[in-house]
Design a protein around this ligand. Structure first.
Ligand code: ATP
Length: 451
């Protein structure tokens, strides 16, 4: 899944400069009567437990940045401090120590009015239990943020209707939220947040109250919207599969501290400690790893200029029935089959491209491996991975796909690539090459290879 769609002009104009959208630096939040004392004790090395009698250190010394247009996921078990952290970003919780900036503006220490402005104009929030206004229509709920921003009634209505349409709720505008299912209510919440058109969206367990099918649908819809709108999103979840699916990067929290920040692949393949490693054990790897993560160097590949004899030798030596054919600079042209090339050599043909067939399955490096299974099953050759210039950069054999899913320990990951089995025997190829060699004279190295 690629998220490289350009930011729309409006978001571009507001995202100031190249700096981070959000920068959190050594931020700590203590609930209780003596937060300053607790901060001092924590800085001196006290643990969360040791200061418990003075207050609850919900977030301790958190530091990270979120880039404009990024989906940054904060995940951790219940009580690890996720909600507190996200609420510190928009000032719903004050910050006891440290700094938080949003597009360069310091949030810590802002007054109530300034915080209201921040929440209205720069950061919308989507809550787990929807937080819709029960006595207002669906339309008015979606338009609420715009109303606060002073947008006129006509434009409000138009924009809200547009958003309801985007989230599949056209026709529901005059209903009250209570008449909608949970999934539909959360769509209203999302439409409301997007309609407010703020640079940043904060989503606190936004899909956790939904049943699994609807939840999956909403995750996919969020990615779709994000590709188009390029918002900066901070998403809280305790579900690692959700984190892995949505996050460009993930921060893992434990007992108030951030224990690792990394891409889903970093977290999966290089967990910072046993705690993170335990989390990732149950991850649905097919929805996280991409073709680029698991691909292997292509072996059965010849440049077209090498000709049919080399192609035949390659297939014989690798004991495979097909090989990829590329240009000199590795642009993938197609595949050739052993029996076709054998016939071509016997007929004295020299242009390999005459026997080319289309490559059965080609994917890009960022394709999720969950999307490769069908291709791998249908194709006799490993799935080809190409770059933007159509160059062959790797292959994904079926065994590699299976190994990636089961997360075999390092000692057993040395898996032989199983190529499609030959349809003509090695002896037939050797014989053909030898016969042709006798007729046309040996080419370089040929004698050595004919055994
Ligand atoms: N208003 C509050 N007053 C006192 N303690 C609080 C308050 N809000 C949160 N806490 C405490 O702070 C810690 C972190 O809670 P927080 O809700 O941020 O965790 P969480 O990871 O979001 O958990 P969950 O997934 O259950 O919401 C917990 O120990 C919690 O009891």
């Amino acid at each position: 899944m690629s998220r490289t769609i350009a930011a729309p002009a409006a978001a571009d104009a507001r995202a100031t400069g190249d700096g981070p959208a959000i920068e959190v630096s050594h931020a700590t939040k203590v609930f209780g009567r003596r937060p300053r004392d607790v901060v001092k004790r924590l800085k001196a090395g006290a643990s969360r437990e040791e200061v418990r009698s003075l207050g609850t250190a919900a977030v301790i010394d958190a530091s990270f940045t979120v880039a404009p247009g990024e989906i940054f996921v904060v995940m951790g078990l219940s009580g690890s401090g996720k909600s507190t952290l996200i609420r510190m970003l928009n000032g719903l919780n004050d910050t006891s120590d440290g700094s938080i900036t949003v597009f360069g503006t310091e949030v810590v220490g802002l007054g109530a009015a300034e915080l209201r402005d921040l929440r209205r104009d720069r950061m919308s929030m989507v809550f787990q239990h929807f937080a819709l206004l029960p006595h207002r229509s669906v339309l008015d709920n979606v338009a609420y943020g715009l109303e606060l921003q002073g947008v006129g009634p006509e434009e409000r209505r138009e924009r809200a209707l547009g958003w309801l349409d985007r989230v599949g709720l056209s026709g529901w505008e005059d209903h009250l939220p209570g008449e909608l299912s949970g999934g539909m209510q959360q769509r209203v919440g999302i439409a409301r947040a997007f309609a407010a058109d703020t640079d940043v969206l904060l989503m606190d367990e936004a899909f956790s109250a939904l049943d699994p099918l609807i939840r999956r649908e909403m995750q996919e819809q969020l990615i779709e919207l994000q590709q188009e709108l390029n918002k900066t999103i901070v998403f809280i979840t305790h579900d690692l599969n959700e984190a892995m699916f949505l996050g460009d990067r993930i921060a893992v929290m434990r007992d108030g501290r951030i224990v690792q920040v990394g891409t889903p692949n970093d977290i999966l393949t290089d967990p910072a400690n046993d705690y993170v490693a335990q989390f990732v054990q149950d991850v649905d790897r097919a929805r996280v790893l991409t073709a680029g993560d698991v691909m292997e160097p292509p072996r059965a590949v010849v440049p077209a200029s090498a000709g049919p004899r080399t192609a035949l030798r390659t297939m014989r030596d690798l004991q495979t029935s097909a090989c990829f054919v590329t240009t000199g600079n590795r642009k993938l042209l197609g595949v050739v089959r052993d029996k076709d090339v054998l016939r071509q050599v016997r007929e004295g043909g020299t242009d390999l491209t005459e026997r080319l067939r289309p490559t059965p399955s080609i994917v890009q490096r960022d394709q999720l491996i969950s999307e490769l299974f069908e291709l791998a099953v249908e194709s006799p050759l490993p799935v080809a991975v190409t770059d933007e210039q159509d160059r062959l950069i790797g292959v994904v054999p079926r065994v590699t796909l299976l190994a990636a899913l089961t997360d075999l320990p390092a000692a057993t990951t040395e898996i032989p690539i199983i190529e499609p089995t030959p349809t003509v025997t090695a002896a037939m190829i050797t014989e053909t090459l030898a016969a042709e060699t006798a007729a046309v004279g040996p080419d370089a190295g040929e004698q050595e290879e004919v055994r």
